[in-house]
Design a protein. Structure first.
Length: 191
């Protein structure tokens, strides 16, 4: 159960209403379950400061929907971040997105279980290792950054760092306010 009140579509001030509409009519809207009584994930907490919520949602939209990283690699980095922080909602939501991007269930299940990842290729290994080093130490090794830059280009490396940082913030929001999983979805980790 969330530590914050769930903010529904009624009784919103003008700024909250604009943020609500931005979320439900934007690219995330198609995946929202109806009837919508509150915004899922980090969006309900962000309704407390809708101007921040809008900026954060726009950054997330840029990182997810206009990424320079291929979808499978992007979602692998997001899942790696969610696993590190044991952010239940994030892992649940992005496991679905990862499957839609073609990341194999074997990789998703290994991340969830904390077992060896059966990478499909070296790029997956590089992305996972870099994301893991970022969440654990705040910086990936220099040789790893150079390998990523050689394989994907510097824009992808910069975006990977921003992506992991952004999803750390999302994980903190989800965990700090005990954002609930959808009804009928069982938790993954015992915290």
């Amino acid at each position: 159960m969330s530590r914050l009140p769930l903010v529904g579509p009624k009784g919103l001030d003008a700024e909250q209403k604009a943020f609500w509409e931005y979320i439900v009519t934007g690219p995330r809207g198609a995946s929202l379950r109806e009837p919508l009584t509150s915004l899922p994930g980090p969006f309900n907490p962000w309704m407390q400061i809708p101007s921040f919520g809008r900026v954060a949602a726009e950054m997330g939209e840029r990182l997810r929907f206009r990424s320079v990283l291929p979808g499978k690699l992007r979602e692998l980095a997001i899942l790696t971040t969610g696993v590190h922080w044991k952010a239940e909602f994030e892992f649940w939501a992005h496991a679905r997105a990862a499957r839609a991007e073609g990341l194999p269930d074997s990789v998703i299940e290994a991340l969830q279980a904390g077992t060896a990842i059966p990478y499909e290729d070296d790029l997956q290994r590089l992305i996972h290792t870099a994301a893991k080093e970022l969440v654990e130490t705040g910086r990936p090794r220099t040789d790893l950054v150079e390998q990523l830059a050689n394989a994907l280009g510097w824009p992808a490396v910069v975006e990977l760092v921003a992506l992991v940082g952004f999803y750390c913030m999302v994980s903190f929001t989800l965990n700090a306010f005990d954002v609930a999983l959808p009804d009928g979805v069982a938790p993954i980790w015992n915290r």
